[in-house]
Design a protein around this ligand. Sequence first.
Ligand SMILES: [Zn+2]
Length: 88
Amino acid sequence: MNNPFKGWEIINVDPGNVVLCDFCNRDYTEDTTSVGGILFSGHACCPDCLPEFQKGIKKYKEEKFVQATANENETFRNFVYRIRKGDF
Ligand SMILES: [Zn+2]
């Protein structure tokens, strides 16, 4: 019998644990080394995007939208987990 769903991959992830950059969509869930990041108007910005992103913040004077910044030596992943707990 032909299975129309053959070849479809069922991805079962717990959305509560996945850490993605809201700007480049890179998956940081397993990344325990990348340090830094900010929360900008409800969106998590990873350390990779940050240098370019901060230029824009300065240019458009949007500093007030930066809600949280990763602590020194805090990984982006842990930073996002902390934000999700509402601890910022
Ligand atoms: Zn990014």
